[in-house]
Ligand binder design. Structure first.
Ligand code: NAD
Length: 443
């Protein structure tokens, strides 16, 4: 068992008492390591593909791994040594893409698993990227803004041999945010002697970020859910939705669901949950949270626990907080007809089997939350062309990709009589295998 802190992938960085505000998340016990989950999922899916064992082994293995140890001068004058990683899982389909995580739980195995999921995520939505991930073992909440900047700039320099706009493009993940991307972009650019905006995505808009990037994951989740309802012949208008997590992904997902005409009957964050059988006015709740710093105490809903939220009878449950939220101890309590994974890895393999057994449809993370990387891809394209798009254009293109990708996965699941997660993996692994075969084995 490992203990893990989660922090927001993208949020504005403000100082309070000289400390950098990056994440306010508590520890949670992870029952399955991300690496174990990724390997179990791969081994299961690969049985449905008639792959040469050597090719299968190649796809299961990370291509390139860099471990760096580097010093940072702390505000009190001390020198502290930090350890970080950058891992490329696979680049058969294009440059590698994946976020940078700042967290005490970061390990080489965790980064390997996350890099592998990035390969499958990019392949399932058919964007021309491979998968990568990076991270630094640190607690960003305990660093001052100055220390965080120093750590980021030095880490960027250390991993510079692996990153480039043509080869490997980082982005934010847990514990990092647009400001950290700005420092990475600036550091890389200083070494080149000119500005290289396409070196990272998830940047602030005033230095080459994309309109719609911050909202992209939540929008993508709801485009996918709406398409799924249509496909299964379920009524979307007025559908009851419960969302776990009210951060970047959860809050945008909930607001989008509300705006699309769903009834958001339950919501939660780390402090607890809210329930209103007639539907929560989500924009009003967001305003309340802005004013009070919490969702608790909102008068137009009753308080509930996170366990109540997981067990809420509803049309669609959307875990949008963190890993391991649906596990062997609570999966049997789920009473939703559909689970749409806004978070990465919220469902363990045990929970998957339990929910499949109950006939619950699970839209897997590598499909459902891919909106973030899709708009990161748009950001990179805009940076390379120095030509920027309107937000409407970004959203329409995103919607087309999410709808098409859901249909691809659904068709695969029907053809092979398999669940959506296995279908998404079969589709993704199959695409990467095909690209690998087309390119051939060098030399
Ligand atoms: P965030 O930090 O902005 O929000 C996390 C939310 O979850 C917060 O509201 C927090 O209070 C809540 N939370 C934490 N632990 C909880 C618990 N035990 N029970 C209930 N609520 C809890 O993070 P985010 O950007 O919204 O990311 C959430 C998930 O989505 C992560 O798994 C992340 O990797 C994944 N994801 C994010 C993006 C993106 O673009 N932001 C893209 C793909 C996947």
């Amino acid at each position: 068992m490992a203990t893990m802190n989660a922090a927001p992938p993208e949020m504005s960085l403000k100082t309070s008492n000289g400390k950098a505000k990056v994440s306010e998340q508590p520890a949670v016990v992870i029952q399955e390591s991300a690496y174990h989950t990724a390997m179990t999922q791969f081994d299961h899916a690969v049985q449905f593909l008639n792959l040469d064992p050597g090719l299968s082994q190649l796809l299961k293995t990370c291509k390139r791994e860099l471990t760096v140890s580097f010093p940072v001068k702390m505000d009190n004058g001390e020198i502290r040594i930090f350890t970080g990683y950058r891992v490329h899982h696979n680049t058969a389909r294009g440059p590698s893409k994946g976020g940078i995580r700042y967290n005490l739980s970061v390990s080489l195995d965790e980064v390997r698993a996350l890099a592998m999921w990035m390969t499958w995520k990019c392949a399932v939505v058919n964007i021309p990227y491979g998968g990568a991930k990076g991270g630094v073992i640190c607690d960003p909440k305990k660093l001052s803004l100055h220390e965080l900047e120093g750590l980021t700039r030095r880490y960027t320099t250390e991993i510079a041999p692996l990153i480039s706009p043509e080869g490997d493009i980082p982005a934010p993940d847990m514990g990092t945010n647009p400001q950290i991307m700005a420092w990475m972009m600036d550091t890389y650019s200083m070494h080149r002697g000119y500005s290289v905006p396409a070196i990272v995505t998830g940047k602030p808009i005033n230095i080459g970020g994309s309109a719609g990037r911050l909202e992209a994951t939540g929008h993508g989740v709801m485009y996918t859910v709406r398409e799924a309802f249509k496909t299964y012949g379920w009524k979307f208008d007025g559908a009851t939705v419960a969302v776990q997590g009210f951060g970047n992904v959860g809050s945008i997902t909930a607001i989008t669901a509300y705006e699309m005409g769903c009834k958001v009957i339950a919501l939660s964050d780390i402090e607890g949950g809210l329930y209103n059988p007639n539907g929560i006015d989500v924009p009003k709740l967001r305003q309340y949270r802005k004013e009070h710093g919490t969702i608790m105490g909102f008068s137009e809903a009753d308080p509930i626990t996170n366990a109540d939220l997981i067990a809420m009878p509803c049309d669609c449950l959307i875990p949008a907080a963190m890993e391991d939220q649906l596990n062997r101890s609570n999966a049997s309590t789920v009473r939703a007809r559909m689970v749409a994974e806004g978070a990465n890895g919220p469902t363990t393999p045990d929970a998957d089997s339990i929910m499949n057994g109950k006939g619950i449809i699970v839209i897997p993370d590598i499909l459902c939350n891919a909106g973030g990387v899709v708009v990161s891809y748009f950001e990179w394209v805009q940076d390379m062309q120095q030509l920027f798009w309107e937000e409407d254009d970004v959203n329409h293109r995103l919607e087309r990709i999410m709808v098409r990708s859901f249909r691809d996965v659904y068709e695969m699941s029907q053809q092979m009589n398999i669940d959506l997660r296995t279908a998404a993996l079969v589709l993704a692994i199959g695409r990467v295998a095909e690209s690998t075969k087309t390119r051939g084995l060098y030399p």
